[in-house]
Design a protein around this ligand. Structure first.
Ligand SMILES: Nc1ncnc2c1ncn2[C@@H]1O[C@H](COP(=O)(O)OP(=O)(O)OP(=O)(O)O)[C@@H](O)[C@H]1O
Ligand SMILES: [Mg+2]
Length: 223
């Protein structure tokens, strides 16, 4: 379980997150929505241990972030909003490089299968020759190398075609339901959120997203 308690984040005098508390159980796929600048990426980078909160506590599977950061990092897969892969290298070289950095060992075939699960069949192609959507698929595949129990995805499907988006969404839901992963992801694509998320958190002052999602029968809470 992911347990977030009374989290604050300030940048200088600006309060980005204020008294944010929520819980996500194993097996849940939860969306995080809100307008540009609302603080979605800030929250995900805090959960990914990249940014420190100003205040508050976080626990993942009963391990406290403030006490056992190394253990926490082994349990997290994170897809940043900006694509971060080696563009001069092939898909294969990227996967094998990040496999070495991962806590879990995989054979080359397993690395390749992760890409295929993301609908990415290019293997010998240089990343700089891939489309933006294909690079994103590679980014998602890399985040799963750790076999993480918490998967944080920051707008993972921007630029991905509808068919692949649907297949990736279904795959993430399967990871949650069959393997008990906790999945939290941001998206500006409400169709995707409505289709794949069990429930949604809306961040920021605006009630636009809350109204839109509720009118589509989605369980949504304000953070
Ligand atoms: N390192 C930083 N220093 C100062 N301000 C920052 C920093 N990172 C983010 N901010 C500010 O915090 C606010 C929230 O940014 P964040 O990137 O979390 O929003 P977001 O909801 O992810 O937006 P988007 O939908 O555009 O991705 C913004 O006003 C941003 O300018
Ligand atoms: Mg963002």
């Amino acid at each position: 379980m992911l347990n977030v308690v009374e989290l604050d984040k300030n940048y200088g005098k600006r309060k980005i997150l204020e008294q944010v508390s929520f819980q996500i159980q194993r097996g849940e796929v939860v969306g995080l929505v809100g307008e540009n600048g609302a603080g979605k990426s800030t929250l995900l980078t805090i959960l990914a241990t990249i940014t420190k909160p100003t205040k508050g506590a976080i626990e993942l599977n009963n391990v406290e972030y403030s006490k056992k950061l190394d253990d926490i990092r082994k349990m997290i897969g994170y897809v940043p909003q900006e694509i971060s892969v080696w563009e001069e290298f092939t898909v294969e070289q990227n996967m094998l490089f990040f496999e070495k950095l991962s806590w879990k060992r995989h054979t080359k075939e397993e690395c390749r299968q992760l890409c295929l699960d993301m609908q990415l069949s290019s293997w010998k192609e240089k990343v700089k020759d891939l489309s933006g959507g294909m690079m994103r698929k590679l980014n998602i595949a890399i985040s799963l190398l750790n076999d993480p129990s918490l998967i944080l995805l920051d707008e993972p499907t921007v630029g991905i075609d509808m068919k692949s988006k649907n297949e990736i969404g279904k795959y993430l839901v399967r990871l949650a339901k069959e393997q008990g992963k906790i999945i939290l992801y941001t998206s500006h694509d409400m169709n995707e959120v409505i289709t794949f998320c069990d429930r949604v958190y809306a961040i920021g002052q605006d009630s636009f997203y809350i109204n839109l999602l509720q009118s589509n029968g989605v369980k949504v809470e304000k953070l």
